[in-house]
Write a protein that binds this ligand. Structure first.
Ligand SMILES: [Zn+2]
Length: 381
């Protein structure tokens, strides 16, 4: 039951948030309320777990999940000075006690929250079990890895990015076919969304993968930038993408370029970008596959790093690739190299390069399978 005092404090918190845009360190917030804090650095998501609830947040998205429901936040969680912070008004929505805020209003907020701790010791949020509930996503890495779906991007009327002497659609098809051979040697069941130069809609690619009940979806692409010749010479490298809210304008631009085909050819439900609420709903739906997508990404980085094409910046990114949205399985989009970079284009068109790249991806798939299967054994499956 909310007392008049609680309401007045809530109003005070709201006022503080509105005037000073105060933020709260989530780790301190969890500590003060006896909740467990778990941060997933690659996904940029975090959870606060206590006996009553598992709260899920994602940096950059103004929504949280509480008791399995989507809740709108005043402001998206952010990383500030090495701390993961949420708006103090949002902290007050979920917790009785909020720690000192990081903006000038902190002294008022600290006092009022102290008062609140003293008066609300019987509240459910403050009487938390020592052992938190196990986060659901810890059991996500158990899908057996048998069927691999290879998706060579573009095809037919959609050439993909164009280099000086080659098209993206041809390079990715050649590598896709070689990858299929490699994986079949290893005993995998392999399906391809296309094995010739045909046009297939983005949504249809994921549908096929779902029909085949794939265990891993790999979409193959070549990156490109539209820039001066000098800049094209500078920008190169491979990049592995997962479905995650984009954190940079560059990642957004890559997704827009790869998604453009859908709007260009009038595909149903086509869009170049997802809205924040669509992102958040998707996050909840994809929770099951996310851990595995990241596990495979790790293996891709290990396998690709010995090759001729080097990582571009960190090598891992996230954006709203429509081809990944519908796939109900762990999924990545691999930008093999830059077709707009003369050196990488010249390399990627050679059969030697294509064989090496296919062999490296196959190695990543095998290592990923081993990792998943050994995890299954520890669970006695
Ligand atoms: Zn592409």
């Amino acid at each position: 039951m909310r007392t008049l005092r609680d309401i007045s404090l809530a109003i005070m918190f709201a006022a503080i948030a509105a005037t000073a845009a105060a933020t709260v360190d989530t780790e301190a917030l969890a500590k003060q309320n006896g909740a467990e804090f778990h941060w997933f650095p690659i996904q940029k998501t975090f959870i606060l777990v206590d006996k009553a609830d598992t709260l899920k947040f994602a940096v950059g998205l103004p929504y949280a999940t509480s008791h399995g429901q989507t809740v709108e936040l005043s402001r998206a969680p952010a990383i500030e000075g090495g701390h993961i912070v949420i708006d103090s008004a949002d902290a007050a929505k979920f917790f009785k006690a909020t720690p000192a805020t990081e903006k000038p209003a902190s002294s008022i907020a600290a006092k009022s929250s102290d008062a609140k701790v003293a008066t609300s010791s019987s509240a459910s949020k403050t009487s938390v079990a020592a052992k938190p509930a196990t986060p659901k996503n810890e059991t996500a890495g158990t899908r057996e890895v048998r069927t691999i779906v290879i998706d060579p991007g573009h095809g037919g009327k959609d050439t993909g990015a164009q280099g000086k002497n080659s098209n993206e659609k041809d390079i990715v098809l050649s590598i896709g076919k070689l990858l299929k051979k490699e994986l079949e040697k290893e005993g995998f069941n392999v399906k391809m969304t296309r094995d010739k130069d045909v046009f297939i809609e983005l949504g249809q690619r994921a549908n096929l993968a779902n029909q085949w009940d794939g265990d891993l979806f790999i979409s193959l692409h070549c990156n490109a930038i539209d820039a001066t010749a000098e800049r094209k010479k500078q920008i190169k490298g491979y990049h592995v993408y997962v479905l995650r809210a984009p954190e940079s304008e560059e990642d957004k631009a890559i997704a827009r370029r790869e998604n453009k085909v859908a709007t260009l050819y009038g595909e149903k439900n086509a869009k170049e970008e997802l809205s924040p609420i669509e992102w958040f709903k998707l996050e909840a739906r994809l929770e099951k596959y996310k851990q595995n997508s990241y596990m495979f990404t790790e293996e891709m980085l290990k396998a690709m790093d010995g090759g001729k094409i080097k990582r571009q910046s960190g090598g891992v990114g996230g954006a709203g690739f429509m081809v990944l949205v519908g796939a109900l399985m762990p999924a990545v989009l691999f930008e093999i190299g830059f077709i707009s970079n003369p050196e990488e284009e010249a390399y990627m068109v050679t059969s030697k390069a294509q064989e090496d790249i296919a062999a490296r991806i196959a190695k990543a798939v095998s290592s990923y399978k081993d990792a998943v299967h050994s995890y299954r054994e520890t669970l006695g499956r």
